[in-house]
Write a protein that binds this ligand. Structure first.
Ligand SMILES: C[S@@+](CC[C@H](N)C(=O)[O-])C[C@H]1O[C@@H](n2cnc3c(N)ncnc32)[C@H](O)[C@@H]1O
Length: 258
């Protein structure tokens, strides 16, 4: 008679049972997160509990100096080439790595995050006349004018509906470029409760951004391959013209019902 652990091992070899186990895990995680409240409560909880469990950065293992070495090296050249004078970094998280970038010229920096305590901490520790931090919900708050919006490591924690709202928010903004995280491999994007995690690939359904202008590699060994991918607002607006959910979110944003 097979024991419980033998049965579990045998089931683990059957693809359908494996995916069922994965779905059950996701369902439990989504339920746990949804019970924490709305986006502000969820991410404030993550901040207070150090949910992403990294010792160096409260924003998680993707925000360490080691992880961000390539991005820190490539960002100044990209910004210089695109003529970026004002950069919106939202979410800015705990600003663990951005301050270590060797910029070539003067850059005005606006950091935004949904977690009040994080913004206060960043303001105390890192603000300068050209570097300010503010409370900002990228899902619904009007975005400040900037040349480039760096939206790193955040859509991976948002539900499909919230991602569509973020895209709509970008489309109604005055920002020319969006530089954001997109994973390389995907068997298909799946939905989550905001606050959980999914390896978003923006080029494919249900987002359908299409190919980016360019990409900066943004991962290290031991983590899933991904990039910071660049789109310009005009091209994205054309590609989203028939995207039902993004158009719906745009209507809600302009009616103030989001
Ligand atoms: C994984 S951290 C990434 C931080 C930073 N971009 C980086 O690369 O180090 C995710 C951040 O997103 C913030 N966040 C989540 N939802 C947000 C929203 N709707 N508006 C603004 N910030 C949000 C969280 O508070 C958290 O600081």
């Amino acid at each position: 008679m097979p024991t419980g652990s033998k049965i579990r091992r045998l089931l683990g070899k059957i693809p359908f049972a494996k995916s069922l186990k994965e779905r059950l895990k996701r369902y439990r995680e989504n339920r746990r997160i949804a019970q924490l409240g709305g986006a502000k409560e969820v991410f404030t909880h993550h901040y207070q509990q150090n949910e992403w469990g990294d010792e160096e950065s409260i924003s998680g293992p993707g925000s360490t100096l080691e992880y961000t070495a390539n991005l820190r090296e490539k960002l100044p050249e990209l910004c210089e080439r695109l003529g970026v004078r004002t950069l919106l970094d939202a979410p800015c998280g705990d600003f663990n790595w951005f301050g270590e970038i060797a910029w070539r010229g003067e850059l005005s920096y606006i950091g935004g995050d949904i977690v009040t305590a994080l913004v206060q901490r960043n303001t105390q520790r890192h603000s300068t006349p050209r570097r300010t931090f503010r409370e900002l919900d990228i899902i619904g708050d009007p975005l400040p004018a900037a040349d480039l919006w760096m939206l790193r490591d955040c859509l991976i924690h948002l539900s499909h509906a919230d991602i569509f709202a973020v895209v709509a928010n970008f489309l109604r903004s005055d920002i020319k470029y969006l530089l954001t995280t997109s994973h390389h491999a995907s068997d298909g994007n799946f939905d989550i409760a905001t606050g959980s995690f999914h390896p978003v690939r923006l080029q494919i359904a249900p987002y359908n951004f299409g190919e980016p202008l360019e990409e900066i590699t943004d991962w290290i060994e031991g983590f899933p391959p991904r990039s910071m991918a660049l789109w310009d607002r005009q091209t994205l607006a054309k590609r989203m013209a028939n995207h039902k959910q993004v158009q719906y979110e745009l209507t809600k944003l302009s009616a103030g019902t989001r």
